[in-house]
Design a protein around this ligand. Sequence first.
Ligand SMILES: *Cc1c(COP(=O)(O)O)cnc(C)c1O
Length: 220
Amino acid sequence: MANIAENIQKIKSELPDDVTLVAVSKTKPNEDLMQAYDAGQRVFGENKAREMERKHEELPKDIEWHFIGHLQRNKVKYIAPFVKLIHSLDSLRLAKEINKRAKNEDRVIDCLVQLHISGEETKFGFDYDEAVEFLRSEPMKELQNIRIVGAMGMALHTDDKSVLKSQFGELKSFFDKMKKEYDHFEVLSMGMTNDYEVAVEEGSNMVRLGSSIFGPRNYD
Ligand SMILES: *Cc1c(COP(=O)(O)O)cnc(C)c1O
């Protein structure tokens, strides 16, 4: 069994102070989240809307819930009342739906634009050119109830450091460029258990760690 509190303390002591740790608790039971909570962790990441909604209801109210996986438009309503940050904004249609639901809730929802950085065919997210076009587009400017606060990307699943370095490095350059254009562009979410050390070296300020905190998952 994973010693969750110890894992959190060790990871936190090694991360630079300006890097936010998102504890990715998808598939994990409330007891595991509470062990992390009791060790001081307040930011949790989930990738299923209904699971996140349930955990939000059952767990302490000072937890910040981050949505990290592909978000289906018909699921936005379940998380709109409370989600703190959506890492996976990957289309205008999704942006419009989040905006609509945020408006219903009388709130502004912070989102990260998800970039497709791994070179794989199947992954969600914008290419760099598409992302720039999306961010600058007229329809985006009209959405008053979402705020784009940065970017997120997932590198190829590999141990080849030079590949990771170049994929994260490109995303950092994109981030720096957009930061000059957008006031609130502040969050660069990159790095998972397998690659977060490289991601942090390349300028990540938010890492999403699951298995290094909670142990391996049985399913995703
Ligand atoms: C599952 C998941 C993570 C965490 O993965 P680990 O390898 O367990 O750290 C991070 N980001 C996203 C988008 C995920 O789906």
